[in-house]
Design a protein around this ligand. Structure first.
Ligand code: AOF
Ligand code: ZN
Length: 359
């Protein structure tokens, strides 16, 4: 049984892990707290960038000799392998750690087995403490490791009557500055931002991150099957890298007709992005593309920004997702409801039928 101090330390470790969001890909976010034998915190650390020291190593360094006989509380099972850095199991043993409490097992073939190694060396090991919360902060990496495709977050902004544009096509500033700033936070945490050619033509979006200090720019991905992108499109500027996926860029995109959506093989696209080390995708627009991703069961989380405004006409947030009758509605589970300035941000995840690779 984990102690109260260990549960508190795990909450702290999860918050530390979150500091790495947007900086560690293609690696996980991980946080670690070292407690001495009396349950006092003597070291903290988090994984700060891919290829850099693991969370455990940062925390052990901070604790120094005070780690001896203590407990390491880690959000992910300590690694057992020599990759770009040495195995954390060895670092923990050498530091004299007596007990390890971790939240989530490492699902990767190479690095897993840390718990068994520690136990075999006489360390007390406990798993599963606050596993749901720890898995949530690491959802992008865990989804990628389990399914071999990036985690997909579909984000949209709409009026209370579910419209993302007015009848004349205008869509700017439906939601408030607070909501738009929050979208930049999501972008900064994503490896790639994806839009379709309809949104490209209608909005000429820039898709780079603004106003997030130290943020890394996500890869901008434009799905432009017919290669209609204008040379002067803002998405083609030098603020970030841009990938324009056109139909003959096989196998990233193939014209497969109705099978997976309008001219788009979504599993192939996601497989291609995964191969490019993209672990998280922010799906930004528009309604047709979102419908295709949902039809392919390739959406892991939905974040809707709802403005208390009404339009009554204009494009809906979501177009055809292959659902024709109410009983087939895609039901989601609400995980968060937050007020952002005058708006409401709703976060929800699909039920049991997703996520999958959609094929
Ligand atoms: C991290 N940071 O804090 C922990 C990780 O590429 P490497 O050698 O750094 O190894 C990455 C693997 O190590 C990663 O996929 C995961 O399985 C394990 N744990 N990784 O990047 C960390 N604890
Ligand atoms: Zn490690």
């Amino acid at each position: 049984m984990a102690t109260t101090a260990e549960a508190e330390a795990m909450r702290r470790a999860i918050a530390l892990a979150a500091r790495g969001l947007g900086h560690t890909s293609p690696n996980p976010v991980v946080g670690c707290v070292i407690l001495d034998a009396d349950g006092r915190t003597v070291g903290e650390g988090w994984h700060q960038r891919a290829g850099g020291p693991h969370a455990e190593v940062h925390a052990l360094r901070a604790a120094g000799e005070r780690a001896r006989g203590g407990t390491a509380v880690v959000t992910l099972e300590p690694c057992n392998h020599t990759g770009r850095t040495g195995p954390c199991t060895q670092a923990l043993l050498e530091a004299g750690i007596a007990r390890v409490v971790y939240a989530v097992a490492d699902p990767t073939d190479g690095a897993a087995g840390g718990a068994a190694t520690l136990a075999a060396a006489g360390t007390a090991v406990e798993s599963g403490l606050l596993a749901d919360q720890a898995a949530e902060v690491n959802e992008a990496w865990l989804t990628s490791m389990r399914f071999g495709r990036p985690f997909v977050l579909w984000k949209y902004a709409a009026t209370l009557d579910g419209r993302s544009a007015a009848a004349d096509g205008t869509s700017r500033w439906i939601t408030s500055a607070a909501s738009r700033a929050d979208v930049h936070r999501l972008r900064a945490q994503s490896d790639a931002v994806v839009v379709g050619s309809g949104t490209l033509r209608a909005d000429d979006p820039h898709l780079a991150v603004r106003g997030q200090g130290g943020a890394r720019q996500p890869l901008r991905v434009v799905l432009d099957t017919k290669a209609t992108i204008a040379p002067g499109a803002r998405v083609l500027d030098s603020a970030a890298h841009t990938l324009v996926a056109v139909a003959d860029d096989a196998p990233a995109l193939r014209l497969l007709g109705a099978e997976t959506g309008p001219g788009l093989d979504i599993p192939a696209l996601l497989g291609e992005l995964h191969a490019r080390s993209v672990r998280s995708v922010l799906l930004e627009g528009g309604p047709t593309l979102a419908g295709a991703f949902l039809a392919a069961r390739a959406v892991d989380k939905v974040v809707g920004y709802l403005a208390p405004a009404l339009l009554g006409a204009g494009a809906p947030a979501l177009a055809d997702a292959g659902i024709t009758t109410a009983i087939r509605a895609l039901h989601l589970e609400l995980t968060d409801v937050t007020r952002l300035g005058p708006d409401m941000r709703i976060t929800a995840v699909p039920g049991e039928c997703a996520p999958s690779q959609g094929s």
